[in-house]
Design a binder for this molecule. Structure first.
Ligand code: SAH
Length: 391
């Protein structure tokens, strides 16, 4: 087995079970090692720290698979995949669309597997999982017997590993529009062309927070995509929902989703527009809502852009607070990992202060059960959702 030797004192993170080895911690790499190979990681005293996937092109040179002297073979991956799927059995009652494997937190770094009814979507975001894609697909087909498997590797993070962007059908026939069921609602999902792997599965629980507040409410759903939050608001009794999104395809699918769930057109208005402009307009015309939802895309890709991204979050949240009726609810999300919970909270504090409104925190939510986080891997914390009430 190939051995990667760490510099002295560079085993600290691994000892604390942080699952990454950065290239600047490594003293020597054997000749002939290929991207994706399994390597033994040794500390400077040649003690085995564990085993992982080797990625020569990434700053994260090794992603740990085991902190033991485990044998990493097909059976190892079968067992890991099966336990990851089994861990989510309690969710199957609620939904037939969920994340089955989520990278490090499921001890399968860089592997993402989503289930949409009887279709599987796979992402192999690192060298180690990419060269084993065929094996993972075989195992998933054996365990789940899906109607098809689709690859959505058209994501920028693959470039850090020197991997190309790609999407294609791997097994079965082209899925077309799939229908999923989440809680009591149904949604059309386009796994080939939709955002992420087709649907924002990570927002399932946050959408359901609308349960307690929507009855007779007038709701504004900004960055609505295919109407995830809007459908929940209508389902829980909202009197009117306005959904805004910049993408024509999303708006079209949101309209279809309303029909699919038998919601009357008169209660649901959709607008293809820039949410920044619409919020400004509502603010200037004095229009007020019972509930405002802000679920924007990440405004920040690089740490250096923190300031401009913060300005973006500040602007939409300030306007949202201003257009809430007394006692109105703001559900505001941030999916940028560079904006920590603390930074986001500080932005919200300054919005409330500038709006001259007292605001209660009713809840702070983050990842659902099928998108678990590894406690030690703070680099993976990305989703934050505040449930606020303006007084
Ligand atoms: N809340 C949705 C997911 C939102 S994803 C759900 O639960 O399914 C973010 C959405 O913001 C995307 O659909 C994207 O098209 C949209 N978007 C990005 N920039 C925008 C802008 N400036 N104005 C309006 N929509 C925008």
């Amino acid at each position: 087995m190939a051995e990667i030797l760490l510099k002295s004192n560079e085993d600290r993170l691994l000892k604390g079970r942080h699952p990454w080895v950065f290239n600047n911690q490594v003293k020597s790499i054997p000749n002939g090692l290929k991207a994706g190979d399994i390597v033994n990681v040794l500390n400077s005293k040649r003690k085995l720290m564990g085993k992982g996937f080797f990625s020569p092109h990434s700053a994260i040179m090794v992603r740990m698979l085991s902190f033991e002297d485990a044998e990493i073979n097909e059976n190892f991956f079968y067992t890991r995949l099966l336990s990851s799927i089994k861990r989510r059995h309690n969710l199957i009652e609620k939904t037939n669309a969920l994340r089955l494997v989520y990278s490090e937190a499921d001890e399968l770094p860089t592997l993402v597997v989503d289930k949409y009814d009887d279709f599987i979507v796979i992402q192999t975001l690192g060298a180690g999982t990419d060269i084993r894609k065929g094996l993972f697909v075989d195992i998933l087909c054996q365990i789940l017997k899906p109607r098809g498997v689709y690859e959505r590797n058209d994501v920028p993070v693959r470039a850090f590993e020197g991997l190309p962007s790609n999407k294609c059908l791997l097994r079965g026939s082209a899925p077309g529009l799939l229908t999923i069921k989440e809680n009591d609602l149904r949604f059309f999902v386009d796994i080939e062309n939709g955002q992420k792997t087709g649907f924002y599965l990570d927002q399932r629980d946050n959408r359901d927070t609308l349960k307690g507040f929507s009855h007779n409410a007038e709701v504004l759903d900004c960055f609505c995509y295919t109407g995830g939050f809007s459908m929940y608001a209508l389902h829980y009794g909202a009197s009117h929902v306005t959904g805004i999104d910049a993408s024509q395809e999303s708006i079209m699918l949101a309209r279809k989703n309303a029909l699919l769930n038998n919601f009357a057109n008169r209660n649901f208005e959709l607008k293809m527009a820039n949410a920044f402009d619409e919020l400004k307009l509502f603010d200037s015309t004095g229009k007020k809502f019972d509930i405002v939802i802000l679920d924007p895309p990440s405004f920040i890709r690089k740490k250096e852009n923190l300031e401009s991204a913060s300005r973006g979050y500040k602007e939409i949240n300030l306007r949202a607070i201003k257009i809430l009726k007394p006692g109105g609810i703001l559900i505001t999300c941030c999916c940028s990992y560079h904006i920590s919970l603390e930074i986001f909270k500080n932005i919200l504090i300054s919005c409330a202060s500038d709006a001259k409104r007292s605001v209660r925190i009713l809840d702070i939510k983050n990842h659902p059960q099928d998108h678990p986080l590894l406690l030690q891997l703070k680099e993976s914390y990305y989703l934050k959702c505040f449930l606020l009430q303006a007084i």
